[in-house]
Design a protein around this ligand. Structure first.
Ligand code: UD1
Ligand code: CA
Length: 465
């Protein structure tokens, strides 16, 4: 039903957030790969909102940081949640449905909003609020019902003086999430007052105003009370993070991903994982990471914006902005930096660092090497401890190594330099000049000093006399 009528969402995010004790606005604190306010934005979208307005403070710290299709409105003074919606009034339609959400409540999800809007539209109420039975309702607004069980008003409890002891005993709390008939909302906004304990414009007073007009106000009780949890300090931020993380992992598990130890696995909201992939303990998947079917990641792997094909294996590694094609193996103990491409079946082994390098199909870089700004063809084997000297102190240069090349241990490539197909290098070679296809590059040969050990011992003995 939600899709049948125009749906606009307004998200309140202009509060001070002082209890965070932070230089960063509360709603920009990161939470499983999104800013806090990104969660209600995503939920509103999932529920079919075609227009999203976020209310921010006069510093305008949110504008331009919330992604495409999100509008901002400015509340010049933080004079309450009613003042926040008033600040957005010009951006809100006069008909249809307006969803109001709190920017600091990240657990409200699309299905919950959809159920709220459906309940609202089918009842024909002027407003429908989301409520929940909270085991510890302190600080929340409480839903006061009349003798007939209908919602009469919301009473605030954060400051002393608004609620009576009987009202404080009510466990049904206001989530700060509402579906309003647009015209009824505009009408009620104009009539909010500040005669309350905090001297603020409470949006919650819209309920008693509409009831006073003889209009219906409904409450949709959330199935899971935890969806109402708001973030006011960093303790709550950690609590909601754990709940969101569990929700993200469960969705992956239900779609065919094995998570060996959910307690030590951290996966951001927008990560994609294919069927039969396995996440071993202590795996951290951040940002826009995607993992193909049948891949195995961890134990102990951090992947940030990494793109993995199918059947990739990663063990003890840190991978940032890299592309790993089908059948690649990585680690243990590898560091793959931005711009790394490992083509199908290739390998970056133990104590290997790669940066801005393209490693060809089936090519192996098994041990103790650093390749930066390198292009390596297919079927090449890089010996242990090979290093590209890619930086001359001013500029970076590329190393180009062909296909079917075999480099010996401790080869150094002084870039810019090219090594042709099927070429070889000898142990310890310092390659300063291009190596033609099929050639062997050797040297610099070491100087050999005979009898050194005996002379050295004599020196030590005589210095002790
Ligand atoms: C509010 C509700 C309360 C509800 C609770 C749920 C009111 C008066 N009270 O209380 O019934 O149980 O949420 O968490 O609405 N904001 C602005 N401008 C302002 C003040 C607040 O944009 O001037 C924003 C805040 O950034 C926040 C949201 O509105 O995202 C809620 O404000 P907050 O002060 O946290 O309200 P609560 O006291 O939690
Ligand atoms: Ca709050």
């Amino acid at each position: 039903m939600a899709g049948m009528t125009a749906l606009t969402a307004v998200i309140l995010a202009a509060g001070q957030g002082t209890r965070m004790r932070s230089n960063l606005p509360k709603v920009l604190h990161e939470l499983c790969g999104r800013p806090l306010v990104g969660w209600p934005i995503a939920a509103a979208r999932a529920a079919g909102a075609d227009r999203i307005v976020v209310v921010e403070g006069p510093e305008r710290l949110l504008e331009g940081r919330l992604g495409d299709g999100v509008q901002t409105a400015v509340q010049p003074v933080a004079n309450g949640t009613g003042g926040a919606v008033r600040a957005a009034a010009d951006a809100l339609p006069r008909e249809g449905t307006v969803l109001v959400l709190a920017g600091d409540a990240p657990l409200v999800d699309g299905p919950t909003l959809q159920a709220l809007v459906d309940a609202h539209l089918s009842s024909g109420a002027a407003a429908t609020l989301l409520s929940a039975e909270h085991p510890d309702p302190r600080g929340y607004g409480r839903i006061v019902r009349d003798a007939g069980g209908d919602v009469a008003r919301i009473v605030e409890t954060k400051a002393e003086g608004d609620a009576t002891p009987e009202e404080l005993a009510i466990a049904e709390v206001n989530a700060s999430v509402y579906a309003f008939d647009a015209a009824a909302l505009h009408d009620a906004l104009g009539r909010l007052g500040t005669d309350n304990a905090q001297g603020e414009l409470y949006l919650t007073d819209a309920v008693s105003i509409l009831r006073g007009d003889g209009r219906g106000v409904g409450a949709h009780i959330a199935e899971d009370w935890q969806v109402v949890l708001g973030v006011n300090d960093r303790v709550a931020l950690a609590e909601v993070r754990a709940l969101l993380q569990r929700r993200i992992l469960e969705a992956h598990m239900l779609s065919g991903v094995t998570v060996i130890d959910p307690a030590t696995t951290y996966v951001d909201a927008d990560v994609e994982i294919g069927r039969d992939a396995v996440l071993e303990p202590m795996t951290v998947l951040r940002g826009a990471t995607s993992i193909g079917a049948g891949s195995r990641v961890g134990p102990s792997a951090t992947l940030i914006d990494a793109r993995l094909g199918e059947d990739v294996t990663i063990l003890n590694a840190h991978v940032v902005d890299a592309e790993l094609h089908d059948g690649v193996t990585v680690g243990p103990f590898a560091y793959l930096r931005p711009g790394t491409v490992l083509r199908a079946g290739s390998k970056a082994g133990t104590f290997v660092e790669l940066k801005n390098s393209d490693i060809g199909e089936g090519t192996k870089v098994p041990h103790l090497s650093y390749l930066g700004d390198a292009d390596v063809g297919p079927g090449t084997n890089i010996g242990a401890a090979n290093v590209t000297a890619n930086y001359d102190g001013v500029r970076k240069h590329r190393t180009r190594i062909g296909k079917g090349v075999k480099t010996a241990v401790d080869t150094t490539f002084v870039a810019p330099v090219q090594v042709g197909d099927n070429a070889w290098t000898g142990a310890g070679a310092v390659v300063r000049k291009d190596v033609p296809a099929g050639a062997l590059a050797v040297g610099i040969p070491a100087r050999v000093i005979v009898g050194y050990d005996a002379r050295r011992r004599d020196q030590v003995v005589s210095s002790e006399d």
